[in-house]
Ligand binder design. Sequence first.
Ligand SMILES: Nc1nc2c(ncn2[C@@H]2O[C@H](COP(=O)(O)OP(=O)(O)O)[C@@H](O)[C@H]2O)c(=O)[nH]1
Ligand SMILES: [Mg+2]
Length: 302
Amino acid sequence: MANLFSKWREGLQRTSQAAFGRLASLLGATEITEDTWEVLEALLIQADVGIETTHALLRALRQRVRERGMTRASDLYQALREELLQRLPQPPPLTFSTHPAVILIVGVNGSGKTTTIAKLGWRFQQEGRRVLFGAADTFRAAAVDQLQVWGERLGIPVIAGAPNSDPGAVAYNAVQAGLARGVDVILIDTAGRLHTRYNLMEELKKVYRVTGKALPGAPHAVWLVMDATTGQNALSQARAFKEAVNVDGIILTKLDTSARGGMAFAIWDTLRLPILFAGLGEKMEDLQPFDPQAFVEGIFAR
Ligand SMILES: Nc1nc2c(ncn2[C@@H]2O[C@H](COP(=O)(O)OP(=O)(O)O)[C@@H](O)[C@H]2O)c(=O)[nH]1
Ligand SMILES: [Mg+2]
């Protein structure tokens, strides 16, 4: 457990150093003044909590200060931690109640879809599940190769098509293959090129429908991968995905290379989607089930 907390602390170091971890010294032991609120506001916005979420947080904190008669800036520190924790939903448990469970992984190019699929595959294998990958990002040959390399390394079968083949057909074949082999989880990689957003979303909808034809009820989950280094920009992209397919949750990657971890709070506020996993590094075990407590602990670490 101590080990797990240190992983979160390490992974969130940039965000803590750039923002939350500096709070205690910034706030000091002085009285709460208008300056205190300005310091807080600047810091939250810098951490990419987002303007609206920042203002909602400040309103809630001001109310606490009034209600509890807090006078010292240092009291705000603990109050902010509590407020932030309240704004991160506990992710729902993964049930895998269907066999196989078909999970579509969506997100823009470079967000971390393919490597996240590898990490999820590894994790589910560790839990004793049989996994299969579908390489439905057929637009880029390199994307298929990348998934195949991971499949070989992990001993996970990969269903792929010819370059530029129909992603729907690949998804269909992947579900059929998974059924035939009796696997527990099918993870389907998808394309994420942004410059043709309309076509991309139409293609995703098709992949979504086609997996349902291969197995009624599928996909059982759609997970949207978001890159924590892109900050608030990623939120408008996320809305487009949410409108196109029925997204169940977020995987927030690259927290280790980002100082914008505050984005986690804006995700819930603006998208109303829980964060299911967090990418805290490049290693397989660095993709961790999202833990609100460990997250808040990590961003406040000094
Ligand atoms: N440091 C770090 N790098 C990551 C993380 N997740 C993905 N990456 C890197 O991000 C880059 C793009 O990932 P990729 O899976 O190819 O993105 P895709 O285009 O969405 O499939 C790769 O270099 C990954 O190693 C993470 O949590 N931490
Ligand atoms: Mg990819």
